[in-house]
Design a protein around this ligand. Structure first.
Ligand code: CA2
Length: 144
């Protein structure tokens, strides 16, 4: 594994600044930096991208193929529950991805119980806070 893409969807740029009781008090920048260092320890480059716009996330997934990304860690935010476009992008590029959610979406409102991505994900890590991103990275870094 040489290159991993970390994707975060809408509102995750607010991490660590609002609703800490729900989403924790670590910022997205802090998560990205720690993950970058962890990946570098394994000689892997981590590419980070966050957007509040669905099409930007689709563009990044399409582009991933052309820049040699071998796996994706994604928290699609609210697009988890709505985005056929992000699902189709993953189906088209055929790059394995791990879906991460900070909160346990199954203990929240019923509309959060369905994900358009989970059935095509390599794995899902749900409800473990920011640790979920690190568990996803460790899994990829220790795979061949
Ligand atoms: O639990 C998760 O990681 C979610 O993907 C978070 C999304 C939510 O729509 C999904 O159902 C589950 C919401 C992200 C909002 O992020 C914020 C972070 C800090 C402050 C406010 C919002």
């Amino acid at each position: 594994m040489k290159k991993i893409l970390l994707l975060n969807g809408p509102n995750l740029n607010l991490l660590g600044t609002r609703e800490p009781e729900k989403y924790g008090n670590v910022t997205l920048n802090q998560i990205e930096e720690k993950l970058r260092v962890k990946c570098a320890d394994y000689g892997v480059e981590l590419v980070c991208f966050q957007s509040n716009h669905e099409g930007d996330l689709v563009d990044k997934i399409q582009e991933a193929k052309n820049i040699g990304i071998e796996a994706v860690i994604i928290n699609p935010g609210a697009y988890t529950h709505t985005s056929v476009a992000i699902r189709d992008a993953f189906l088209s590029v055929q790059i394995p991805f791990i879906e991460v959610h900070l909160t346990n979406i199954f203990s929240r409102e019923p509309f959060r119980h369905h994900s358009y991505l989970s059935d095509i994900a390599a794995g899902c890590i749900i409800g473990l806070g920011a640790k979920g991103y690190f568990l996803a990275a460790e899994t990829l870094l220790n795979s061949n």
